[in-house]
Structure formats: structure tokens, C-alpha cells
Design a protein around this ligand. Sequence first.
Ligand SMILES: Cc1ncc(COP(=O)(O)O)c(C=O)c1O
Length: 370
Amino acid sequence: MRVSENIENLVPYKPGKSIAATKKEYGLDKVYKMASNESPLGPSQKVQEAIQNEISNLHRYPDPNCTELKELIAQVQGILPEQIVVGNGSNELIDLLIRVFCQKDEKILTSAGTFIAYKICSVAADVKVEEVPLNSELQFDIPALCEKAQSDEFKLIFVANPNNPTGTYVPESDIVQLLEATKNMKNTLVILDEAYNDFVRADDFPDSQKLFQKYNHLVVLKTLSKVFAIAGLRLGYVLAREDVCSYLNRVRNPFNVNSLAQVAAVAALQDKDYLQRAQEVNWKGLDYFYTELKKEGVTYWPSQANFVLIDTGLDSMLVFEQLLKQGVITRPLKAYHLPTHLRVSVGNDFENIATMQTLRKVLNELSCDN
Ligand SMILES: Cc1ncc(COP(=O)(O)O)c(C=O)c1O
């Protein structure tokens, strides 16, 4: 079968290894998955009840407009339902934004050390990707993005904030700098991907709700896969001006968001107690990792997300494989130009302690071997 050259050369997304596959491959009873930035809490009781109540309606097609969910988001954000598009995970919306707004050989701009989906979806659509390296602090280099944006035309500029896989963030002043530098470009949208914003503790993190009111070329992307713990249901949404949403709606599949995901999202977004608990568990876990990594002399980057980036000082594939054999799944970051680094998701106390114990053991064994 002949396919186009861009599809032939496309390197597919590599998801974190599953618990079941790891148990089978290494003959293990207990495996800790610290690789995909999933919630250690599981979905809230309210979400589970909402799903139970909806199950008897599964013979019906879902609401193609996600009416109730969009009304709720609109109310929370102080915007119109027409400024929202809901997707089958935010990954679907990344793909849709690229397919709708970029034609063949047009360009997007992003960082070389960020969420890989921007690149995969662009290559699949025959859209060119320009990447700016992360700065020395492993943050998005906003001055370099602004400079590039002045010298060439980019249809979409993607900034993951906080960034995956580094956990670093761009402060409000820098985001404003990027928005100001691009606001008169008729054909450019700036996309702030806020998959992890509910985990942020930094005071100078941008208030995207406020910025959205001021800059009409700003698109904000959110997901319920992380703090709200419904990654398995697939639900993300985009906030954008009405004409942008209307183009996205022309192209998206009419029933892209299933009915269980819709009711679950409505319940999740209203469950403030759960949100607070999820944040507290994550922050406690992060602080635990910082303390233990410091004791071990392992370099890490303070994180505004639900994972921590560490520099093992060794070939990260080697460390990854040794951890895997001992039942801890992490994420090596060679594909992000970070050859000695691992990304470790924050779990519950038990998972975090087991991960640290195994990491300590593996690093000691490997440094004795060297
Ligand atoms: C920065 C970022 N954006 C978007 C996503 C996609 O999230 P989902 O498709 O589960 O909504 C992820 C997932 O890890 C991510 O890290």
C-alpha cells in the first residue's frame, strides 16, 4: 500500500509501558506506573456515580454539542459556550487545530523539548515544524520564540505551560511578551496548552482566563486527564474566539465525545473537594521527591506539574531498563534531546517511596558498574 512520504516517515507516539505488559515481560507481581502523569487517586466518587447513572442511556448517541458541559465551563470561565470546543482528549484538539488552520507546508512553531504530539500531528498533516531549543533552565525560550515569530509566518505557536516533560513554566510577563509580539499577525494563533495548570504553585503563573479576554489570538487548551483523573474517558477542551471554534466544529466528528465522558466531566469540574485533595497529594509527593533526591545528590527541576524531571547523569535508557526490571515504569527522554534524564510521575505515598527506594538502588548499582 502506498502512503504519502510524511506518513511513511512518521515516528508514532510511544505511550508509557503498561502495568500488565511489564508484569508479564519481567515476571513481576507488583509494578508501579510512574510514566504517564496519571492521577494516583482514581476518579472521584461523584464522577463514578455520574457514570453509573448514565450507563442505562448508552443506547443513545451522545449530545454532539456537549451542551451541559460547555455551559458549565462557560460559566466558570466567564465566556460564551460558542467559545468552547470539547474533544476526545486534548490530543484530538491539537490534531484538529493543526488540520484546520495549517495547510500543506505551512508552519507551526514550538520548543524542541515539549509535548511530542504537536510534532506528530503536524508531520501527519504535512505541516512543517520549527523548534526552538529549551533555555539553560529547561524552560520555553520565549525571547527566541518571539524573534522567530517576527522573521517568518507561523500559523500556530504551541506553548505547553507548565511544560511536559520538564515541569518548568513560563511566567505571566513572558507569555504577555509573546502575545504582544504576535497580536497584529492576522494568521497566527498562540496556543497555551494548560494540561497541568491545576498543579501550579508559582505565584507568577499566567492567568489565562484574564489574558483570554484581552488577546483574541489566544487559544487555551485544557484536559481532564490529569488533576481530574479521567484519562481513560478522554476529555479535553479548547477556549478560543468564536470563528476559530466554528471552524473546528466544521471538521470534528459530530459525536467525538462519548456520553460517559460528558457526564463525568460535569461532575468532575464541580467537585472542588476532590480537586483540593488531588493538589495536596501531588504537592506532598513532589516535596517528598525533592527531599529524597537532594539527599541522593540527584539533580532535579522544581515542577509545577504532577511529575518531576531528574538528571541521572547516566544513559537514561540504562536506568529506565533497570528500573523496569524491578517494577518501576518511568519515562526516558532521549526523544526530547535530554539523553540522561528521566521523567517520574508523582504517585501516592506508597508508590513514591517504592520508586525512590528502587531508584536509589539502581543508581548505586550502575555507578558501581562504571
Ligand atoms: C502538555 C500536554 N498536553 C496535552 C496532553 C494530552 O492530554 P489528553 O489527550 O489526555 O487530554 C498531554 C498528555 O500527557 C500533555 O502532557
